[in-house]
Structures are given as C-alpha cells and as structure tokens.
Design a protein. Sequence first.
Length: 479
Amino acid sequence: MPLSPAEFVRGAVETAEEGGEWTFHRFAPGQATAYREAGNDDFYQKTFASAGVRLALRTDAEALAFDYRLERGSSRAFGFFDVWVDGALAAHGGLEADDGARHAFAAELGPGEKRVEIYLPWSRQTFVSNFALRRASFAEPLRRTRTMLCFGDSITQGYDARYPSLSYVEAVARLLDADPVNKAVGGDVFFPAILRERDEFDPDFVTVAYGTNDWRHREPADVRDRAAAFFRRLAALYPAARILALTPLWRGETASDSAFGEDVRCMERLIRDACAGLPNVTVVSGYNLVPHLADFFSDGRLHPNDLGFGVLAQNLQRELAAVWPDVRRDVVPGVVVRGHGVASGRAGDPRFPQGTIAMQIPFFRALGLDLAGFHPGTINVDCAPCSFRPGPDALLFERVKWHPDMPAETFSFARATLVRDGARFPAWIYWPHPETKPEHFQPGGVAEVIAPPVPGLACGDRVTLETSPDQARWAEMET
C-alpha cells in the first residue's frame, strides 16, 4: 500500500514535496528567516532539522518501508529513526554519518491493528520517499489529544540522543499525550524575534529551555533584557497555554567560564525574575535533573546521552506531576459496540419504556449530578484488554432506589472525555456496581459512557476515552 507520508505527519507546521521526496518543516518561513536576518546562517540551517517530527498512524499493516535521504540540520553527522508500536519501541536504524545518498528503512510491525509512530532524526533534515505499508487493509492518521510547543537550545533539539524518541521533549510529550512542535536550535539563546510570527495552532503546553548558552556567551544585562522580553511576548501570544520555563541543567564549566562570574545556577534567579508576574508561566529548576557525572553526558559536561535523557525525562515528569498535578491523562482506545439496548429504551423492555438512564436521571440530579444535555442512553466502548474501575474521586451514589420493582443499586460516575476523529465530548463513565446490579451485565472490557449526542456515531467506530487517575483506574484483564 503506497502512501503519502504527509497524511500522517505530526510535529511539522509545513510539508513540501519535490521529485517524489517529502520533507517536513517545524518552523514557519518567517520564524526561520529571523535567524538569517540576524546574520546567523548556522542557526537558520538548523531550523530544517526534523526534530520532533513523527509519522503517526493506526493500521493493520504487518510491515512498513520507506527510502530516506539526510542533509545537514545540526553539527552532528548521525541520523537515526525509531519505530514505536502500541507505545513500545520496536525498531531503530539509520546512519552514523550521512553521505547524501538515498537509503532504505524497513520494520516488521506484527499482526493485528496497532498504533505506529515513526520518529525522524532530530539531527538532520530528512527527505522521505516511497513510503509503503505491507499487508495492510487500512491506515489512518493518529493524533494525540493535546499539542505542545517547545523552545530551546541543543538539548531541547535532541543533542545527543541516538534514539530520537528518547529525548526529554518526546518523553514529556508522551506523558502529556501531546503532539510536540519542536522549535529548538542547537546553540540558541533567548531570541525574542523568533516570536514575531505566531503559530496557527493553539498549544495546550509550551516549554522554554534556554539559558545555558546565554550564560556561556552573553553579557548579563543583555541576557536579562532578552529573557524578560521573550517571556512577556510568549505569555501574550499564548495566554491560554501552560508555559513551563526549565532552567539550565548542570554543566561542567566553572564560574570563570562566564561573564556572570558565577556557575550556571545563577541563571535560575534570572529566569525567575524574567517570569515574575506572568500567571501562566511555571519555573522548574533543571540543575539537579541529571546527575553531575560525566557518564550521563555524551561530551562529559553538557549534552545528555541516552542514559542522561532517560534520567532527565523521569525526573522532569516527577516535577511536572508536582506543579501541574491535573495534567496526567490516561488515553484508552476502544471501539463502539452494540449494547443490550436497555439503557436507551431500544430493547422495548416494558419495565423501562424510556430506558433505564431516563428513569435514573432525576435520582442522579437530586444527588448532585445533572445530566442535562447528555443523551439518555449509553455508548458502549470496548476497551479490551483494558478494564475500567472507578478512581478515588469518582462520584459514588449508594443504594439508589430508582425503580419500584427493582432492587436499589449503587452507581459510580467517572469524569472523562470521549474523543472521536479529533472532536472532543465531555462524558461520564457510568458504572453500576456489579454486586448490586441485577441483570444486563457487560463484558469485562466494555465501558458504558454517557455523553452529549455525537453526530454519526455508529458501531465499529474507533474512539478514545481520556481520563485522569483520580477518576478512573484501568487494568489489563486476565486472559
């Protein structure tokens, strides 16, 4: 099945095709040319690297293949690809040093329907051609539920991860279920001109990680002015986004290597001052997120290697959980299946002429849950092999006597978001407790969802349920 990779690209703001080769741009033209106008052709060239760019799809293909060619996008000569299948790293390959020639990449994916993500090299500009899936009956784009915009220097671009999927940006993006757009450039400093052209999408999250090159190469007064201008402009451009300012990691130089006359920790004070008074900006200290040991850095002093990135990602995820405790989401894929028809009344059971939900709604309203605007029925979503149980903060209504001829039942309601084809609907996962439910039991992997009307929804449609751990707990069913 030959396909255009442009159908599945994430992390790029523009795509271009010439002579059957596709390349992907993470900078809008006006953003990239800001570096050239500032007289920095090296930084301009780095904007063409494919850092943060992925091809993401849902498919039943058993294998994939494509040709690729690499060109300069950083000071590093190597360029590698990663393939993830259903959330796990499954294949890796590429070049130690690109030679300008066209090369082939192939990976086995295994049988069955699956989520596939192909991470492109952060270090080179990538040209993809002859993209094909083997033994596939369908392929559709795969999108995460959020977006994330990332600014920074070489560490944010990806230096020196040999596995592009293991950079800290990619690890945080997976935690947040966000598609990242990576605007980082190796060697960069606070550069307010990059913000003169706003991106067309509205990010949920923005990360900023400058400062280490400012400390090494700039004068303190200049850095203070640039950092303050950058954060003021960023907060004004994206007032609804949560902005994370990450201060510099440890680096091996001493205070004598900088005009600041202090080691790199002094940048934390400067950045906190620059962000003062900006309510949507949170500052996290980066100095201790990677051990101060040479083994965690490719050069022994500055750029994390894969080991260093792993520790950085783990520690940064912990910090994010502390400052943004509500952002973690479990995203559970499922398929709409046919139910008993009792909840909606379609079964024609004379005991429930309008359906059980319509009869229960007044009782739930009296207990504090108003379902006005929600369809009086359930959407049955088969989430197997995952099985739902209510979380600690889910609503609990005990011994509800909602029908004169039926025993009292206990119900839990977990707040959720139902996502279908990119459209998001507020929802509740409706869970009659099995110990009090008299009949019409559901299979273990089926979640009953109450939502507003979803236009065109039909059995067989693929959807996702987005929940937080305080509302819902998901476990893999025993086979």
